[in-house]
Write a protein that binds this ligand. Structure first.
Ligand SMILES: O=C(O)CCC(=O)N[C@@H](CCC(=O)O)C(=O)O
Ligand SMILES: [Zn+2]
Length: 338
């Protein structure tokens, strides 16, 4: 069996509930479709670099899905010669077919085993995706000098002052990887948010459980399939192509990266919860000290310092979930880098 027209996305969307595993060859390696939206590509030459590219963890975030599907097609046709191990995950094909962020529960809150507390499609899917990553990285066990990477690609619901940005999952020693930051800078990323606590996101899972260099990467704003301007992701696509072909991380000066530390996670604590932010206000809009950004019958949240900003404001979610992140600009020179 092969992937018709080398179009892994079409195969995935046509088989959203599952697919019998099959193997095929492509110029330069062997491919394994392991399940719906789960594709492993093994180059002929063994490699110490193990890259996970996940897209569509939120079904309506279609731009990165189209970008990665193009890269996969190019590999399968031989237009990109693959020299590292690659696992491609199209996270939520059911929601993608419905043009929805998720069906039952936000998939990107279910990792690190949190799926065990939920029912429904996404809970099963989070378990399946964790298993796919475990299997993929298992080859690195008892080997030295292995490079485990996971870029979880998203697009944001609103526009952003910094169009492309990354979330650096919480790192327990507070030391950030210079090579990864330089890779993000070279890939057209404008800003990086340093998380302040462990979470149940996909990128945090890969960092915490597998010790991978893992990031949530926001490549712009949400659009429907066919409406994305992929030229806006060209820098990221070029960096990925270099990595796939040569196993090298593109590098640029860190000077172009704006750094933000996450101060607080705003949590929707009651049905009465409101955020005082215009529906068209962009992520990273700076706010004045003392401004009441959140209010509910249970309490308020006031901006602590002028210049603090909100990212991912959203109250269309269940009580108990994250309604936004409060962030504060930081200087790159204040970061501990290795
Ligand atoms: O624009 C929004 O409000 C959400 C965009 C999105 O899906 N972001 C991720 C970030 C994950 C992280 O914090 O690492 C999410 O909310 O799951
Ligand atoms: Zn997302």
């Amino acid at each position: 069996m092969t992937i018709l027209n080398n179009d892994f996305l079409a195969l995935t969307l046509a088989n959203q509930d599952g697919i019998a595993p099959f193997q095929f060859s492509f110029p330069g390696g062997v491919g394994y479709v392991e399940d719906a939206g789960i594709l492993r590509l093994e180059p002929t030459q063994s490699s110490a670099t193990h890259l996970v590219l996940s897209v569509g963890i939120h079904g309506n975030e279609t731009g990165p899905i189209e970008l990665v599907n193009q890269l996969v097609t190019a590999i399968l046709k031989g237009a990109i010669s693959l020299n590292i191990r690659l696992l491609v995950l199209i996270g939520n094909p059911v929601a993608a077919n419905l043009a929805k962020r998720f069906c039952d529960v936000n998939l990107n809150r279910l990792f690190n085993g949190a799926w065990q507390e939920y029912d429904g499609f996404e809970a099963k899917r989070a378990q399946r995706l964790e298993q796919a990553i475990c299997d993929f990285y298992s080859i690195t066990e008892h080997k030295t000098d292995q490079i485990k990477l996971h870029y979880d690609l998203h697009t944001a619901i609103r526009g952003s002052v910094y169009e492309k940005f990354a979330v650096y999952p919480y790192v327990k020693n507070g030391v950030y990887n210079k090579e990864q930051l330089a890779f993000l800078a070279a890939s057209g990323i404008d800003a990086v948010l340093l998380s302040h606590q462990p979470t149940t996101t996909f990128s945090y899972y890969s960092y915490a459980v597998h010790d991978a260099h893992a990031f949530t990467v926001e490549l712009g704003k949400v659009y429907r399939f066919g409406e994305n301007d992929l030229s806006r992701f060209a820098d990221f696509g070029d960096s990925l192509t270099l990595l796939l072909e040569q196993g090298r991380l593109a590098q640029s000066s860190l000077a172009t990266l704006c750094i933000f530390r996450v101060l607080d996670s705003l949590v929707k604590d009651d049905d009465s919860y409101e955020l005082s932010i215009a529906s068209d206000a962009k992520n990273f809009t700076a706010l004045e000290a003392g401004y009441r950004i959140a209010h509910s019958d249970k309490g308020d949240y006031y901006i602590k310092q002028t210049g603090d900003a909100i990212v991912f404001p959203n109250i269309k979610l269940p009580v108990g979930q994250r309604a936004g992140l409060m962030v504060r600009p930081a200087a790159m020179s204040d970061l501990q880098l290795d």
